[in-house]
Design a protein around this ligand. Structure first.
Ligand SMILES: Nc1ncnc2c1ncn2[C@@H]1O[C@H](COP(=O)(O)OP(=O)(O)OP(=O)(O)O)[C@@H](O)[C@H]1O
Ligand SMILES: [Mg+2]
Length: 270
């Protein structure tokens, strides 16, 4: 295993979340993960969505080893779990990941039954194992603001909100930031928010520019200057089981690499 770059040995935990569906959360998790790995960061992606699109994308097929739901179950029932056995590796992207399966949908009741139910995910990822082995842990959240998602938000140091360049998407952003601050019991979003990332930007319509400018007017430098273009190559990359970042000719890949530079600047002061 390569040494982590993070000298204080604390993995930086990032939630990629938006309660609105289809805005590019999973695409963003995979591509920023791949971009950070390309820059020699040790990256763990955690699939926290029962739809398991991230796991599919990373070419996971059920292998009998523990997935996200097993880790949650073991934690709530106070059983020890061998983390090494939970980690899969994707050779092509040089990324580690913990996959999910649809059983995760049934874990809400299990989490709710815990006597410290808002901190189940925090308890798992506070373990030294993760700080020792990773620079970044990035969580793909499902489209919701339920107890599983709020657990992930609570566990994370940082938040990245993908916002699709479309009017309806824009309207959900405030609810997302309000929920995050409530979960953190804080009022200073700047401490946590790496940024809002405008995705699926279409240069051939005025619509995308309007959303980008309105977000900039409301949130200023909390909006990434880089937006992610709408490109069929990004859509097709799912089928190839590869990130856009791995395709050197991809416009979207280059944009996600720029986004990763901003993430490192914010999280590591580089
Ligand atoms: N930059 C892009 N250009 C074109 N298509 C894209 C782009 N980014 C994402 N997509 C496509 O948009 C769809 C939704 O993206 P994605 O699955 O990443 O969103 P999501 O927010 O994770 O969705 P869900 O709510 O289902 O979890 C997918 O089909 C994906 O391939
Ligand atoms: Mg998704």
């Amino acid at each position: 295993m390569t040494e982590t770059k993070n000298t204080n040995k604390k993995a930086i935990k990032i939630a990629v979340s938006n309660q609105k569906g289809g805005v590019g959360k999973t695409t963003t998790v995979l591509n920023i993960g791949a971009a950070l790995a390309l820059q020699n960061r040790k990256v763990l992606l955690v699939d926290c969505d029962p739809q398991h699109h991230l796991s599919n994308w990373l070419d996971f097929s059920p292998d009998g080893k523990p997935t996200t739901s097993d880790i949650i179950f073991s934690t709530v029932t106070n059983q020890t779990i061998d983390f090494d056995n939970c980690i899969r590796h994707n050779e092509e992207e040089n990324i580690d990941f913990i996959p999910s399966i649809n059983v995760l949908a049934g874990m809400l009741g299990i989490i709710a039954a815990d006597n410290n139910s808002s901190n189940v995910i925090s308890r798992i990822f506070d373990n030294e194992y993760f700080n020792k082995n990773y620079d970044y842990i990035i969580f793909d959240c499902q489209t919701a603001l339920d107890l599983l998602v709020t657990n992930v938000l609570k566990a994370c140091d940082k938040l990245l909100i993908p916002v699709q360049a479309d009017i309806l998407s824009y309207e959900g952003v405030e609810q997302m930031t309000d929920t995050f601050m409530r979960v953190k019991n804080d009022t200073d979003i700047r401490k946590y928010l790496i940024g809002m990332l405008v995705t699926m930007y279409q240069t051939n319509t005025k619509h995308s520019a309007t959303i980008f400018n309105e977000l900039k007017e409301s949130y200023g430098d909390l909006v990434f200057n880089t937006y992610i273009s709408y490109r069929t190559e990004a859509k097709n990359s799912v089928g190839f089981r590869r990130s856009s970042v791995s395709d050197h000719k991809s416009v979207v890949g280059a944009q996600y690499i720029e986004v990763s530079h901003k993430i490192m600047e914010v999280c590591e002061n580089v």
